[in-house]
Design a protein around this ligand. Structure first.
Ligand code: SF4
Length: 336
């Protein structure tokens, strides 16, 4: 199958300025710092990393829920980052979002019918009678009864509320959905039901997902390719199977080693990361991961690593793969 790029993110930056008052320099928080990746039509592309790594801000910036500081977001040939408000509004029908907290993202004062009717009205889809039929069909597709139409969000369980959130995103039949931690607020027992629903909808409607999560076991189950983010930058990209079998970047290796084992007989060496994620307002010099990396070398503290592309298309930004053996022998004693 020929892969067709639906979304291209090029050198995307999102910086926030925090004013410090008169006579003091504003602090710049680099939430997303020069991020580039491509999502192919029909695939599920994951962004993974610890909280605060910039993955949610990347998703929101792609959808223009917040404006980018720099860079391009090319969706189906159109640069979303450069669109005026009205142009963006008409494109929004094709770009939707599923939020983490299904309760906070549904208006508690509106019935399910009103919640699902709103996007159809805003985008002028169908006449009133057909809209109602469309809503009933959509509820059935996401596994809810049409008898629930006049109920309010608080009358549903967390899993049911997320089904409503998914129905609201899919009802306009978009091409692309950003799903921001869509199952992390749900009980483990309902997580797999919601994931399976999303996979079924992907097949039925030909959806493309950008799936944002900190949970690698969910990522392993439902995504095709993965980008690993650390402090606003992408440090590794690979197809999901390759990433889990052969993680290259020390940060990815640590994340994967922390995934719970599925059987007690499984033997896995854990990599425990030192310290907390540094502040994106004051990122470490060189490789931003050097303060926690068990393999940090002198060069890592001074020079940001380039991205190495391996023969299978797998990429990693780490001096372990880009520097000569001569340079690598300067491994510091604390890394041994
Ligand atoms: Fe670790 Fe250096 Fe690679 Fe960064 S560049 S991940 S500090 S080895």
């Amino acid at each position: 199958m020929v892969e067709e790029a639906l979304l291209q993110v090029k050198h995307l930056k999102k910086y926030y300025e925090i004013p410090q008052g008169l006579f003091k320099k504003d602090i710049i928080v680099r939430a997303v710092d020069d991020v580039s990746f491509t999502v192919n039509r029909g695939e599920t592309f994951a962004l993974v990393g610890e909280s605060g790594c910039g993955k949610s801000t990347t998703g929101k910036t792609i959808l223009r829920l917040t404006d980018p500081t720099e860079g391009q977001v090319i969706f189906n040939g159109t640069d979303v980052a450069g669109l005026e408000y009205n142009e963006m509004r008409s494109l929004r029908k094709q770009l939707q979002m599923v939020f983490q907290d299904p309760y906070a993202s549904l208006n508690p004062k509106k019935t399910i019918k009103q919640i699902l009717m709103e996007p159809l009205r805003v985008h002028n889809q169908f006449d009133e009678k057909d809209r109602l039929q469309k809503i009933k069909d959509m509820l059935e597709i996401v596994g809810l009864s049409k008898d629930y139409l006049d109920r309010y969000p608080h009358e549903f369980s967390g899993g049911q509320r997320q089904r409503i959130g998914i129905a609201r995103a899919v009802i306009l039949q978009p091409d692309f959905i950003v799903a921001d931690e869509p199952v992390s607020a749900l009980d483990v027992s309902v997580q797999s039901q919601v994931i399976n629903l999303m996979l079924d909808l992907q097949k039925e409607f030909g959806l493309t997902y950008l799936f944002i999560s900190h949970d690698l076991s969910v990522i392993e189950h439902m995504t095709d390719r993965v980008a690993v983010m650390y402090l606003g930058k992408i440090v590794e990209v690979a197809d999901t199977e390759t990433l889990f079998k052969d993680p290259k970047h020390p940060y990815t290796q640590a994340l994967i080693s922390a995934v719970p084992i599925s059987h007690p007989a499984e033997n896995k060496e854990r990599v425990i990361l030192k310290g907390d994620v540094p502040s994106p307002a004051n990122p470490p010099s060189g490789c931003a991961f050097h303060t926690r990396c068990p393999f940090a070398m002198d060069i890592c503290r001074q020079v940001a690593p380039e991205t190495k592309t391996f023969s299978d298309g797998h990429t990693a930004s780490c001096h372990l793969y880009t520097k000569s053996e001569e340079e690598q022998k300067y491994v510091t004693s604390d890394s041994k």
